[in-house]
Design a protein around this ligand. Structure first.
Ligand SMILES: Cc1cc2nc3c(=O)[nH]c(=O)nc-3n(C[C@H](O)[C@H](O)[C@H](O)COP(=O)(O)OP(=O)(O)OC[C@H]3O[C@@H](n4cnc5c(N)ncnc54)[C@H](O)[C@@H]3O)c2cc1C
Length: 415
């Protein structure tokens, strides 16, 4: 009879919990190491604002379009464990799901903690041993994995699945240990950069508008040199003391990775439902309604209070001018400003504030069919520590689950 394979999974996040259960169900004796004492899935608990957008109900082709780099590496992983499979899996684990706007899939309970609890219960049922210790080294002999080291000593294993995550939100426990282990074993790690991250803006205007949330506005990210729109979206964004954040901004950040001071501007259409002509008619109507008011006091119906002094300043129109004296040219320029409120951008906030780490273990050194290292036999990878990242919408957790299923199975089979 074949000997039972002993497998260590390092990291009890989305990928690690999935990989451990899968490996155990495939006949391995699995130990999961998590450095957060008594707490699995710390990052998973805060996903989707505590609601966990665990996948996207899309086709494989659509999925690939949401992965800006290295999407082809994911073919085998998605073929083995697709977004459909994720939904079936979690429903079977007792987490009813619902699909929201943009095909984002959430638990019906709106509780990320339910997703963590289901994965943890599955681990227990599959017979996975859980050890709350930080792994400090992966041990090898003759180019093959032979164990892991913790502060307590060395444990022997036939295979190790590294699922230590990226380097963003490091207080969740993911601070790059896996990258360090892999480097020490001869793997290359591509530059770690923030993605899905708030953006620092050059404009003192952001400080004045801090706390203002804009809903139902249109956003374009424009490259200063070419004037080309590199990203456009419709939805919600927020001003902060440093610049811009909110769902549209985070998504936009994934499309402007080469950001540098002055290279891009965020251009906001504050009235996307009205074209230039309709907006001018609206301004005329408002100005007729408030004919005897100063310009400063005639914008209340059109804009949030906080925005009014900023727009007035940018318009160059005297705030004390009576609106019935505003010229057609001034009004048309005001309309253009409302449809193209531009904010020059400087750069990204630091990587620890990013939703996702872009960059990681070089995929050239990982077999896409098994997630096994091409350098060290018995070493497998899954999740965010790989050089893979996607846009918002549940794709990043799906990447963690799909790569974890492949890694768990192949580590258990020894193939
Ligand atoms: C605020 C926020 C919201 C998000 N929302 C979503 C969302 O709604 N949908 C989505 O698809 N994605 C979302 N993401 C991204 C998603 O959380 C990650 O893609 C996913 O968690 C990656 O899973 P992982 O298992 O690879 O890494 P992680 O979940 O980061 O898990 C890694 C684990 O490894 C442990 N670890 C690290 N080093 C060691 C060590 N040396 N020894 C032992 N244990 C170790 C860590 O403590 C951690 O528990 C969000 C991210 C953030 C920060």
């Amino acid at each position: 009879m074949d000997e039972i394979r002993r497998i260590a999974v390092v990291g009890g996040g989305a990928a690690g919990m999935m990989a451990a259960a899968v490996a155990a169900r495939n006949g391995a004796d699995v130990t999961l190491f998590e450095r957060n004492e008594g707490r699995l899935g710390k990052k998973l608990r805060i996903t989707g604002k505590g609601r966990c957008n665990l996948t996207n109900a899309c086709t494989t082709v659509e999925f690939m379009e949401a992965v800006p780099r290295n999407a082809r590496f994911l073919y085998a992983a998605l073929a083995r464990f697709s977004p459909d499979d994720t939904q079936t899996h979690f429903e079977a684990l007792g987490v009813p799901l619902k699909v929201e706007r943009g095909r984002r899939v959430f638990p019906v309970s709106d509780k990320a903690a339910d997703v963590v609890a289901a994965l943890a219960a599955d681990l227990r049922q599959a017979g996975v041993h859980i050890v709350y210790r930080r792994v400090t080294e992966i041990c090898t002999e003759d180019g093959a994995v032979c164990g892991v080291r913790t502060a307590d000593g060395t444990y022997r294993f036939d295979a190790v699945i590294l699922c230590t995550g990226g380097v963003s939100y490091p207080t969740t426990g993911s601070d790059g240990d896996g990258h360090r282990f892999a480097r020490a074993l001869g793997h290359s790690v591509t530059p770690l950069l923030p993605s899905l991250v708030p953006i620092v803006a050059d404009d003192s205007v952001c400080r004045r508008l801090q706390g203002l949330s804009l809903k139902n506005v249109a956003l374009r990210m424009i490259a200063a040199e070419s004037g080309k729109t590199v990203y456009d979206d419709f939805g919600e964004m927020m001003f902060t003391h440093f610049g811009l954040t909110g769902p549209m901004i985070l998504s936009a950040s994934a499309h402007i990775r080469d950001i540098a001071p002055g290279k891009y501007s965020a251009v906001i259409d504050l009235k996307p439902a009205l074209d230039a002509k309709a907006l001018d008619a609206r301004l005329l109507a408002d100005f007729a309604k408030y004919a005897n008011r100063d310009f400063l006091n005639a914008m209340d119906d059109l804009l949030p209070q906080k925005l009014i002094p900023v727009i007035i300043e940018r318009s160059g129109i005297d705030p004390r001018k009576k609106v019935n004296l505003i010229t057609r040219e001034e009004r048309l320029a005001l309309g253009a400003l409302l449809k193209g409120f531009a904010i020059p951008l400087r750069g990204f906030r630091p990587i620890d504030e990013a939703i996702i780490t872009s960059g990681g273990i070089s995929l050239k050194e990982v077999d896409p069919g098994s997630m096994q290292s091409k350098r060290i036999a018995g070493l497998y990878f899954a999740g965010e520590l790989l050089d893979l990242d996607a846009y918002t919408g549940g794709y990043n957790l799906q990447i963690a689950f799909s790569t974890a299923v492949l890694a768990g199975e192949h580590a258990a089979w020894g193939a």
